[in-house]
Design a protein around this ligand. Structure first.
Ligand SMILES: [Zn+2]
Length: 275
């Protein structure tokens, strides 16, 4: 049996009011607009499906005044994935936009780094600025899943399924993990928020929400090493993903990632001069 997985990015939200200063520390053009997309990712090897992240739902959208385009648990249905029957969910980290709506997956085991749970429930959360990207309800729900035996903890690198591995990189959140997926195009690295945009890792520019800066910077190299090339690194929030990869034939909010981008990924090709 081949371990080649099909991988789709499913876009469930977009924010257009952001500026570059929200995404890059020490940027030369901090007031210039730069939109942000929000994704969950679906892995499918023909026998098995794995969901990477759960996004956030309508309730959270209202609380944060950050509207969603689609409920992620419904959106994945368009790819034939029934939230009720999903058995494996990888949560890259516990920030509100990656770990909401866990109750929509009643039969799933959640794969989380032990360091992320410790961070999200430990002394760092006494600081407003560090707890800001978390939603306490999401964290409490994950704690409940720990008690009901539905969380698989990892400590560093681990295999979730044949051809699917997680690696802890930290940085943006202390237990942030990225996902290495074997595909027909080679090893894909779903980097999630190890690099929000292509520009973060291509130019080594840190994102302002950061738990530990050095691991964030090291992570830019780690994701490249895992993928073995820029073309197979998938940033967590870059609208450019929807330009570089082919849209699904019938699902307009999904993009196929395991076939490679339409153009090379480099500073020269993607980053505008003066950025
Ligand atoms: Zn995020």
């Amino acid at each position: 049996m081949s371990n080649a997985w099909k991988v789709h990015a499913v876009k469930y939200a977009h924010r257009s009011e952001r500026v570059r200063g929200d995404s890059y520390i020490f940027d030369d053009h901090p007031a210039e607009p730069e939109g942000m997309d929000y994704f969950v990712w679906v892995l499918d090897n023909g026998q098995r499906r794995i969901l990477v992240d759960t996004g956030y739902d309508e309730g959270e959208a209202r609380r944060r005044d950050r509207p969603i385009l689609l409920d992620p648990a419904v959106a994945i249905g368009a790819l034939g994935v029934d939230a009720d029957t999903v058995d494996t969910v990888i949560i890259t980290h516990l920030h509100y936009d990656h770990a909401g709506g866990l109750d929509r997956y009643p039969n799933a085991v959640f794969h989380v780094q032990a360091a992320e749970m410790a961070y999200a429930t430990g002394p760092c959360m006494c600081h407003d600025v560090l707890q800001m990207p978390f939603t306490v309800g999401h964290v409490c729900e994950m704690v409940r899943h720990v008690y009901s035996g539905r969380v698989m903890f990892h400590d560093g690198s681990a295999e979730v399924a044949p051809g699917v591995r997680v690696h802890c990189v930290g940085g943006h959140s202390r237990g942030l993990q990225v996902v290495e997926v074997e595909t027909q195009f080679g090893p894909l690295c779903l980097a999630s928020d190890a690099t929000h945009y292509y520009e973060n890792f291509l130019l080594g520019k840190p994102f302002p929400i950061v738990a530990d800066l050095e691991p964030m910077l090291d992570g830019f190299n780690t994701i490249r090493r895992i993928a073995g090339g820029n073309e197979r690194v998938i940033p967590g929030h870059d609208p450019m993903v929807t330009q570089l990869f082919p849209q699904h034939d019938t699902v307009p909010f999904a993009w196929r990632l395991d076939v490679g981008p339409k153009m090379p990924v480099s500073v020269e090709t993607l980053i505008r001069p003066g950025a």
